[in-house]
Design a protein around this ligand. Structure first.
Ligand code: CDP
Length: 243
């Protein structure tokens, strides 16, 4: 799409959403038989799969830690996931996203329960439409729970940004391409921020308002993550296991 004159008109975005509206979300838990935990997550035009393996032996051995598990996160885009074919294999962008996504999840994982072992998280992007790192974190958090990895909380993630001087939640590809700012955020249930990045510019006041908007978006996503897990594990989760 060429740059549209306006990405938002009379408070309605080009895809019909209001400024503070998330794209539709679809979640399936436990979609892969060979993984210990897995999740398929659709976030608007993004389609991602997360697979979790572990706790398991660490290879290569020198990577193991004597007092805690090592958490490894690999974000990968399928070559067919974007408009112009993505060259297979890791690149600067995927290495960065893998690192920040791992750091978004590590604070909630009880790593000290599993010394000398590894918890491996793989996120495969099948279709991309801006916000793939947030979709990946949401999926990975559910896959970790599905794998039975002890966690303090789920992690929920979405982006907020600015288009035509208006703050909007959860940018799509055109808004990301032609907008003024993009700020992905991830939070735990207690509101601890575990990821915060920003492309573009926001004033101090805009930043505060944007963060508020993102936190509300994450809270809504959290409810959907929890509902998806409750559906798969109705008996086990009755009560307050997931807080
Ligand atoms: O996906 P996310 O917003 O987390 O990361 P980004 O680096 O801001 O990328 C934004 C979007 O650009 C992606 O979601 C893809 O839709 C697109 N993209 C692409 O078309 N080709 C690439 N090689 C990388 C990203």
């Amino acid at each position: 799409m060429n740059k549209p004159e306006n990405l938002i008109e009379n408070g309605i975005r080009l895809d019909g959403r209001k400024p503070d509206e998330l794209r539709p979300i679809k979640i399936e838990v436990g979609v892969l038989n060979r993984a210990d935990g897995s999740c398929y997550f659709e976030f608007g035009g993004n389609k991602v799969i997360a697979a979790v393996y572990g706790p398991r032996e660490v290879h290569p051995r020198h990577m193991q830690k004597s007092t805690s598990a090592v958490v490894r996160y690999r974000y990968n885009m399928a070559s067919f996931s974007v408009e112009e074919r993505k060259r297979p294999g890791p690149d600067r962008r995927s290495i960065e996203i893998s690192k920040v996504s791992r750091e978004a999840l590590e604070p909630v994982i009880f790593q000290e329960y599993f010394p000398r072992s590894a918890i491996d998280i793989f996120v495969e992007v099948l279709q991309a439409d801006a916000g793939t790192r947030t979709a990946g974190i949401n999926a990975a958090s559910i896959a970790l729970a599905d794998a039975g990895i002890p966690m303090k909380s789920l992690v929920s993630s979405c982006a907020v940004g600015k288009i035509n001087d208006t703050l909007v939640l959860d940018l799509n590809k055109d808004e990301d391409n032609y907008g003024q700012a993009d700020m992905p955020v991830a939070i735990t249930k207690d509101g601890n921020i575990t990821l915060l990045q920003m492309d573009g510019h926001l004033s101090r006041d805009e930043f505060r308002e944007a963060l508020e908007m993102a936190l509300k978006g994450c809270e809504a996503i959290y409810e959907m993550q929890k509902a998806a897990l409750m559906e798969k594990y109705p008996a086990q989760l009755e009560g307050d296991v997931i807080e």
